[in-house]
Design a protein around this ligand. Sequence first.
Ligand code: F6R
Length: 603
Amino acid sequence: MCGIVGYVGKKDNCVRVLIDGLEKLEYRGYDSAGIAYFNGEKINIVKESGKLENLKNIVNFNDQSQIGIGHTRWATHGGAKKQNSHPHKIGKFTIVHNGIIENYANLKNDLIKKGYTFNSDTDTEVACALIDYLYENDKNIANVIKKANEIMIGSYAIGILCDDEPNNLYVIKNKSPLIIGVSEDEKFIASDVPAILDKTDNYISLDDGDYGVITKDNIKLYNSGKEKEFKIQKFEFDADLMDKKGYPHYMLKEIHEQPDVFKKTVNPYINNDFDGLMKKMPDFTKYSKVRIVACGSATHAALVGKQMLEEYGNVKTDVETASEFRYSKPFLNKDELVIVISQSGETADTLEALKLAKDNKNDTLGIINAKGSSIARCSNMVLYTEAGKEIAVATTKAYSAQVAMLSLIALNLSCKKNLISKEEMMDILKSVRNLPNQMQELLDKNDEYEQIAKKLAEHNDIFFIGRKVDYALAQEGSLKLKEISYTHSEAYAAGELKHGTISLIESGTPVIAIVTDDFIAPKTISNMIEVKSRGADVLYITNRNNDEDDKLYDNRIIIPRTHKLFQPLLTIIPLQKIAYEVAKIKGCNIDKPKNLAKSVTVE
Ligand code: F6R
C-alpha cells in the first residue's frame, strides 16, 4: 500500500509539507517513513524505520526547500528496516514508490550484470536503477519514464527527483493511486486527496499509464508518448471528519457514527415511502444470478447480502473473494450481475476482479464508499454508501453501510417482483425509522461490553458460531477481534463444529454464539448446548427475549429486534464494541493495528 507525497512550489517549507502529508497518509502503512528534498545544493534524504514519529525526531524542519518527495511504508519486498525504507537513490535518481514491480527480480539480475549494486531488498530500488540506466542513453527524463513504464510490470505510483533537474518533480502512475494537487503557487502529489487537503482542494486524478513532469508553475502529463489534457477537479471534504470528537480512537468514533451513517445511506431510498427505492436504483430484475466479489470485511458484508438477496430478492447469489476470483475461470452466466463492494474503491484485487467481469461482458455494479475512486469509475453502475471518510484501519461504519445497501437492493428486488406484502412494507418503514435509536441503545451498553471484554482478554483462542446470516456476522466479529486485538479467533457455521472443531472446546474455552434468525435459532441453540456441555464459556448474543434456559450460557447480550432485513446492523454493534474493548485492555494500537493498512492497493 504505502503512501507517497510530493511538493514543488514557491514556498520554502517543503519539509513541513511532506511531514504533514505523511501524517495524513500513515493509515496506508507505518513500517518506516522518509523524505528527500532539494536544499539548494543537493537532494537530502532522511529516513527512519518505525512510525513517522521516529522520522519527525530526526528531520530538520528549518531546512529550506521548495521541492521534495516523501513516503510512508507498508513493507512488501524486504523487512521493515531502515535500509528498505524510501526514498531510494541510485545514480542521479531519488524515488518514492507505492505498489509492486512484479518483474523486479529479472530486472535486478539484468541491472546487476550492467554494474548496478543494491543496498536494499526492495523492488523500488530496482525501478530507480532502471530509470538511472535508461537515462545513461537518453537525457530526456520524460522519454526515460515512458520506457521504464513499458518495461516495468505491476502496480506503481512513483515520485522521482533527478540531480540534474532538481526543480522538476516527475511522476508515473500505473494501477496504484496518485493525484496531483494544484494551487496557484504550489503543486503537490499524493496517494490520496486528504494528504494535501489543508493546502488545496483542487486536484488532478491520474489514469493508469500517465506520467509527467511538475514544476512550481506548470504540469505536463503524457500517456503512451502523447501529451494529454487534464481536468482539475474539486474535492468536497468535511474537515470535521478528521476530528476525533472527544473519542479516544477513530474506531470508537466511527462505531458510534453508525446510526447517522444508516440514515444517510438509507434515507435517499426509504424515507416516508419507498419512492427513492423504486426510482433511484437500476433495474436488477433482469439478472438471473448475482455474484458478489470483494475482500475482507466487504466480503463479510457480501455474505450477509447473499442471505438477503436470496430470501427477499429471490435471486441466487454467490460470494467470492476477489483475490481468488481474479485468477479463476469466472463461469459467469451472460445474465449474471457482478457486484463489487469496496470502501476505499482502490483495493487492487477487487479492481482486477471487476475488470475480469467486464472483460467477460457482464454488467457490473459497484457498492463504493469513496466517490470517484478507481473501482467506482470502472463499474458500469455505482451505488454509493454514505459512511463518510473512515480513518481507523479496521472498518466498522463502512461495513454496516455496505450491509444496509445490500438489504436495500434485496428489498428493491422484492418489491419489483411483488414478493412482499403491504403489511411487511409498513413494518419495514417502521423498522427503518426506529433503527438509529435501537443502534444508539446498543452503543450505550458500555459496562456490559467492558465486563465481557475483561474475560475475553485473558484468552488466546476464541470461537464464534452462528448459522446463515449469523454465521456471516460471526465471520466479521472474528475478523474485528483478530485484527485489532491480535487475539486468535475463528468463526464457524455452528453446524460444522461437530465435524472437527468441537475437539478444541474444553473447560473455559470462550464461544460467542450469535442467534438472531428465528427460523434457524433452535438449531444454533442445540450447538450452543453441545459446546456448553463440553465446558465452553458461552457468550450468547441474541434478539430472543428470555425464552432460553440461563444454564445454556454464561453471559448474554440482548439486542433489540427489528425487521430481518436490517437486524444485522444491530447484531454487529456488540461484536465491534467487544473487539474494541479487548484491544483497549491489551493496549493495542487500535486505529493502526500492526502489519495492516487502510487501503490495500497491492495484491
Ligand atoms: C477489515 C478491513 C478490510 C477491508 C478490505 C477491503 O477491517 O477493513 O478487511 O474490508 O481490505 O477493503 P475495501 O472495502 O476498501 O475494498
